[in-house]
Design a protein around this ligand. Sequence first.
Ligand code: MEV
Length: 313
Amino acid sequence: MMQAAASSAPGKIILLGEHAVVFGRPAISLAVGLRLRLTARRSNVFELNGSPLSPRIHSYLSNVLERNWKGGPLSFETTSDLPSGSGLGSSAAVTVAALHTLAQLHGNPPQEEKVAREAFIVESEAQGRASPIDTSTSTHGRGLFIDSRQGDGLLWTIRRDERFWHVHDCTVPRMNFVIGHTGISAPTGPLVAKVKRYYDKSGFAREIIDEIGDITLEGRKLLQNGDQEALGRLMTRDHRLLAILGVSCVQLDKLVAAALPHSYGAKLTGAGGGGSMIALTDRPQKVAQEIRQRGGISYIVEAGVPGVRKEEF
Ligand code: MEV
């Protein structure tokens, strides 16, 4: 019987299409070189980083265990480059890394598709409404294109209620991204619920969601052609549409404005309401400096990195 196992999983940025993807519209995401590492050891009590595991505080990990673990107590340790509530997929990364380590402890070689499917269920239960974008990106890595139509590079199709998402692998050209974290932690669930209320009430909100979907399809072509200038313009347009949906905030708008003079484009990434923004730029140092000067935390990241993987412990 294996006594311990370790895995690491990456965070993600959404290039185009957050929120709209929850309603089945397309989205593009990239795994980034900020990782969460998780070690699980057989133990006498269930604990995380030395504290007793609490389903209320550690909802994702507790849900993973409830659904996927029949063995004795485990002691988990995590170290992470991803601030929680930063819009960079830290909940998905912990979920995916935990599922990957549990498969190892069970003596099974972890299967990517199985991890991605299960992680989506766990996240949906913990978060409320969700799309599979965060969990699939953390599992597979690289870049993902999610669409309601099947195309080349199909990895898996995920269904929930009447909604479904075809998840495709997407080649990521070399590009420079800078992340600006506002330092404001913003849980995803309430923001997704807020957009849903607006969508249900207003034809205008539904039009905005459709427009974000159209922008994403256009962005996919530009990404394939490596047209960073036009892609950047779409990112900035996407940010304005997300702001109309009510998921930006003063600090996000401030960091986007600070990045824009030195970038092809900039936008909030993830759920918004705080969390982080991204800039596509060929002057990453300058953009990082501008973000820091406005009180943000900057990360110059590699995009398109590998997904969840086994680690030494
Ligand atoms: C969060 O990273 C992305 C959202 O679209 C929510 C989701 O897809 O589950 C806001």
